[in-house]
Design a protein around this ligand. Structure first.
Ligand code: FES
Ligand code: MG
Length: 572
């Protein structure tokens, strides 16, 4: 147990030096009396609320409930507005800014008199960004997931954000619905605050935060507007105060077992492939070795139990009523490390003892899984020496072993311009290749990985084809899409050397991705290849381009991921 003088904030507010005097005078200026905050844990509430972010629009108010909890437990709450990464509105992609928010998180926690933190967010990249920064800062930390929005509704149908947007847009293009229907859909697709309520990146990463042990049990799936979300926020604020006294830091919670359990959970949820990149980056900050191969190894023994869209039928709200993540995890205890400590201060297994599943359709039993094997496979071969990823449960099984001629697009613009060009001679056996879409080339690995099929094949009823890219894919997409090919084409990865007509072989059972062109010819092409000019000559884009790592390393900045001292500031 810590004493008040052991608090980090004591270095700012305690003592009889000039600095302590000055800091105390300034907290009077903030409007507080000494007894309200001196000797109490200072809790930073890092809030990613913004007027532009519909997924976090309730967090401004929800921070008040966190503060309520902090005060009640004898802490001193201070709210810090931090960058908002809105998956919908921020361009070219919030992935470009994940590391920026992680830096902001780390540096705010380091440079101010802070003893513990409550991290508030949930829209896609926000969760990994906040957690990466918190790991680097190393303080006691608790995560308050923004929570999913309510189910979408249109007429008598339940709608999933993302997935149904694409579906109805196709209906509109095909002339099946008109402007009136579309305008109704606009109002029904996303009808409350909160994150996407399908099993996209947001739901995946909020669930990751929970299974890692960084949220209160059951927090990840509470609908954003449910009163339970208010209570969870207050309880999280209260709990982090005790974590400070107990010195239960994030570093003590996150070990290799925690990351293994996170991978298990992502797979059992049929979660987003983006989790592969984020988990590697988060683990890297904690000096915990984690690689794409860990995913492949774990995927071979974890069944998919959550039947949630886009792969399945239900939505996050249904998942919550069915028992949420504790319910799901209670069916996987043999595959988890249940003796790990969580923010509760108790082992994960203790929470799971009382967890129940209330609907076996939404959270399947082990003998009736959605898929017997986890959804993600890691591929290697001369086209992806550092690995590539495929969510094979979302692909047409016919394509899982396939050889076809490449049709190459240099970037997304090229793809959009030429995909319907009859001169390309694309057949359903072709392999569509998109390059220039990786961490540097994209930049920020945009979610272009579900390459559109040409119209003439769609009309023929073709619904899936093998596609290969260095891009990512939205958690709400699917198809035989090979993603995250590393190294990317922009840095001269073999993807840069592919030419139209080259045979490419995808073989998921043997985890291979091969470009069937001989080495001498590839070497010849490599000699002709030139590095593209830098896209950014100044600014954050230049910093990003000079320091971003490849997908298999988590796309962190090299200077954030590396080992080394980052000294505590001298508060005096
Ligand atoms: Fe924010 Fe989907 S747009 S979670
Ligand atoms: Mg998304």
């Amino acid at each position: 147990m810590k004493a008040p003088e052991d608090l980090r904030s004591h270095r700012w507010f305690g003592g009889d030096e000039l600095r302590g005097f000055s800091h105390r005078a300034r907290s009077r200026q903030l409007g507080y009396n000494p007894e309200e905050h001196l000797g109490k844990p200072v809790i930073a509430i890092l809030n990613t609320w913004s007027d532009i972010n519909p997924c976090h629009m309730h967090l401004r108010e929800r921070a008040e409930q966190v503060k309520r909890g902090v005060w009640q437990a004898g802490g001193f709450p201070l709210e810090f507005p931090v960058a908002t990464l809105s998956e919908t509105f921020q361009k070219p992609t919030p992935m470009l800014y994940r590391n920026l928010l992680s830096m902001e998180t780390e540096e705010i926690l380091r440079s101010y008199p802070i003893d513990g933190t409550v991290l508030m967010g949930g829209c896609d990249k926000t969760t990994p960004a906040l957690l990466m920064g918190a790991v680097s800062a190393g303080l006691p930390a608790i995560f308050v997931p923004a929570g999913p929005m309510l189910r979408g509704h249109w007429r008598n149908e339940v709608l999933g954000s993302g997935t149904d947007m694409w579906k109805y847009w196709d209906d509109k293009r095909a002339g099946l619905i008109g402007d009136a229907e579309l305008s109704e859909l606009e109002r029904g697709l996303a009808r409350s605050p909160g994150t996407c309520m399908t099993m996209g990146t947001a739901s995946t990463m909020m669930s990751v935060a929970e299974v890692l042990g960084l949220t209160l049990p059951g927090a990840a799936s509470i609908p954003a507007v449910d009163s339970a979300h208010h209570r969870m926020a207050a309880a999280s604020g209260a709990r982090v105060v005790d974590m400070v006294w107990e010195d239960l830091t994030i570093t003590k919670i996150l070990d290799k077992r925690a990351y293994a359990d996170a991978i298990t959970t992502v797979l059992a949820l049929g979660g987003s492939t983006n989790a592969v990149i984020h988990l590697i980056a988060m683990a890297g900050r904690g000096r915990i070795p984690l690689s794409v191969d860990d995913f492949d190894a774990i995927a071979r023994r974890v069944p998919v139990l959550a039947d949630i869209r886009p792969g399945g039928v239900w939505l996050m709200e249904d998942f919550h009523y069915a028992g949420g993540l504790p319910g799901l995890l209670s069916r996987l205890t043999d595959l988890l490390h249940t003796d790990r400590v969580t923010v509760t201060g108790r082992p994960l297994g203790e929470t799971l003892e009382t967890a129940r599943v209330h609907n076996d359709d939404v959270i399947r039993t082990r003998d009736n899984p959605v898929a017997a094997e986890g959804g993600v496979a890691v591929l290697r071969g001369n086209l992806a020496p550092s690995g590539a990823v495929i969510k094979h449960i979302a692909a047409d099984p016919r394509l899982l072993v396939h050889t076809g001629p490449a049709v190459v697009f240099d970037d997304y613009r090229d793809l959009k311009k030429r995909i319907n060009d009859p001169a390309l001679g694309i057949t359903e056996d072709s392999v569509l290749v998109l390059r220039g879409s990786g961490p540097l080339g994209g930049p920020g690995m945009p979610e272009y990985g579900m390459l559109p099929l040409p119209d003439h094949l769609l009309t023929k009823g073709v619904r899936d084809m093998v596609r290969v890219s260095d891009a990512r894919m939205s958690g709400t997409s699917y198809g035989a899409c090979v993603l995250h090919v590393a190294p990317e084409s922009h840095v001269g990865g073999p993807l840069a050397l592919v030419r139209d007509g080259d045979p490419i072989t995808l073989d998921v059972p043997s985890r291979r991705l091969t470009l069937d062109v001989d080495d001498a010819e590839l070497q010849h092409r490599r000699e002709q290849w030139t590095t593209p000019p830098p896209r950014y000559e100044r600014g954050y884009g230049a910093l990003y381009s000079e320091h971003i790592t490849q997908a298999d390393e988590g796309c962190d900045f090299d200077f954030l991921a590396r080992v080394g001292e980052n000294p505590e500031p001298d508060a005096q």
